[in-house]
Structure formats: structure tokens, C-alpha cells
Design a protein around this ligand. Structure first.
Ligand SMILES: Nc1nc2c(ncn2[C@@H]2O[C@H](COP(=O)(O)OP(=O)(O)OP(=O)(O)O)[C@@H](O)[C@H]2O)c(=O)[nH]1
Ligand SMILES: [Mg+2]
Length: 232
């Protein structure tokens, strides 16, 4: 776990500007106060995956953050605005090509935001949480971006919502599913089913005696959640 902080501390030391990427579906769970408290340079909140939330969520969040931008790195929404904000901060700092550190929990879309910003697929992305393992510098025209592994605070339990565990490794997928369902009651609307049993049958996840394999159904939901496929 400490290796995350080694990277973060280095990025915090060297960057001119910090982007803190949040999952717009899940702002409270993906805002890392430990990072917020450590940032001394201009901080831009990037509320990514905004294609997956209703406009009213965005309106509420707008009032909460001073310097924030809503982005969908999938649909390129808000990317131009984010670029402009970075360039303005760079000018304010009088730095010609500012170094922009991109931080946030695993799976919030840090690498995807970087790709959208520089227009190339330079940063590898994945639906698997914890995918980026090391720091990587990526050049955009007017600034330099630093991709980082997702940061999980100390004492963080396995949490799908915080991306601190990958869907393929979660020990009890059904438990994790019900945690997610509690926060997002419309989770199964995506599949047009009412419960995990129905989903298992629909997808032909069956155990030996033809019983629905709800464990696999739960894992599918977690995978789709982390892969940015489920709206809320
Ligand atoms: N719908 C939607 N999905 C997105 C968006 N941005 C990223 N994703 C998906 O979210 C998943 C994680 O994206 P990454 O860019 O790899 O996230 P990351 O923060 O770099 O993850 P780690 O490297 O594991 O910390 C991928 O399956 C992406 O396709 C977005 O704006 N909208
Ligand atoms: Mg990444």
C-alpha cells in the first residue's frame, strides 16, 4: 500500500497543477481527503464518467467545488474546458509547459482522462481496478501529464465503490453487490431484471443442478460497474 503514497508524494512534490479525478457516480466515495489536504498547488477536480449520471447530480456538485469540471473521457465531453483550465493555471503560474499530476482512486478513469486530453491512447486503461502500476509521463501539446496508480488510503476495506478491490478478485462478490445495490437501488435496471437469480438465469450462469449461479451474476455486475457500463 505504501508504494501508492511514494508515488503520490513524489507527484505532489513535482507537479505544478494537480487533477484529482473522481467518479461522478460516486463523488463522496472517491474523493480522497488525504490527497486534498496535501495539495499545495492549484487543484482541479475532474468529475469523470459524467455520461453515467443524471444532470441533477452535476448541478448539485457544481455548487460544491470551486474549481471543477465535468468530463466524460469516453464521449469527450468537457475535455476542451479541462484543457483550457489547465492552460489558464499554467499561465497564472508563469510555467511554459506545466507538469500536471493526475491522482485519484483506482478505476475512476485517470488514464482515460489523460488519453482524452492528449488525443492519443498513450495511457493504458482497463475495467480492472488497480490497472496502472507505475508512474508515467505523457506529453500533451501545452502541458505534461503524469499518470499514476490509483491511491487507496490506509485502513481501507475492500470496496468496489472506491475501486480498492478489482471485480475479479473480490472475495465475496454477492456481499459487494449488495453494498453497491444499497447505494444504487437502480443497479439492476441496466439488465432488466429484478434480482441476481433472474440475472443468472438470463445470462445462463447455472450451477450443476441448474440452480442460478448468483455469485457469477454478482461478479458480472461488479465488472460492468467498474467498466463504466452502468448508469445511475
Ligand atoms: N462510461 C464511462 N466509462 C469510463 C469513462 N472513463 C473511464 N471509463 C472506464 O472506466 C474504466 C477504468 O478506466 P481507467 O482509465 O483505466 O481508470 P484508472 O483510474 O486509470 O484506473 P487504475 O489505473 O486502475 O487506477 C475503464 O473500463 C474505462 O473504459 C467515462 O468517462 N465514461
Ligand atoms: Mg490507470
Amino acid at each position: 500500500m505504501a508504494r501508492f503514497w511514494t508515488v503520490v508524494n513524489e507527484v505532489l512534490r513535482k507537479s505544478d497543477i494537480i487533477l484529482l479525478v473522481l467518479d461522478a457516480r460516486n463523488i463522496d466515495e472517491t474523493i480522497n481527503e488525504e490527497i486534498v489536504n496535501k495539495v499545495k498547488q492549484p487543484l482541479i477536480y475532474v468529475l469523470n464518467k459524467c455520461d453515467l449520471v443524471h444532470k441533477s447530480v452535476l448541478e448539485l456538485a457544481k455548487r460544491r467545488f470551486k474549481r471543477a469540471v465535468f468530463v466524460s473521457s469516453k464521449e469527450y465531453h468537457g475535455i476542451r474546458k479541462l484543457k483550457e483550465m489547465i492552460i489558464i493555471e499554467g499561465k497564472r503560474l508563469k510555467v511554459e509547459k506545466p507538469l500536471v499530476g493526475v491522482l485519484g482512486y483506482p478505476n475512476v478513469g485517470k488514464s482515460s482522462v489523460i488519453n482524452a486530453l492528449n488525443g492519443r491512447g498513450s495511457a493504458k486503461t482497463s475495467s480492472s481496478s488497480g490497472f496502472t502500476k507505475g508512474k508515467q509521463n505523457i506529453s500533451a501539446k501545452q502541458f505534461m501529464l503524469v499518470d499514476t496508480p490509483g491511491v487507496i488510503p490506509y485502513r481501507e476495506d475492500e470496496s468496489i465503490m472506491k475501486g480498492s478491490v478489482d471485480f475479479s478478485k473480490v472475495k465475496d462478490p454477492e456481499d459487494a453487490f449488495y453494498d453497491l445495490l444499497e447505494k444504487f437501488p437502480r443497479l439492476l435496471h441496466h439488465y432488466g431484471v429484478k434480482d441476481l437469480e433472474e440475472l443468472a438465469i438470463k445470462r445462463q450462469f447455472l450451477l450443476k443442478k441448474g440452480l442460478p449461479d448468483t455469485r457469477s451474476a454478482a461478479r458480472l455486475v461488479l465488472k460492468d460497474w467498474q467498466g463504466g457500463k452502468i448508469k445511475c
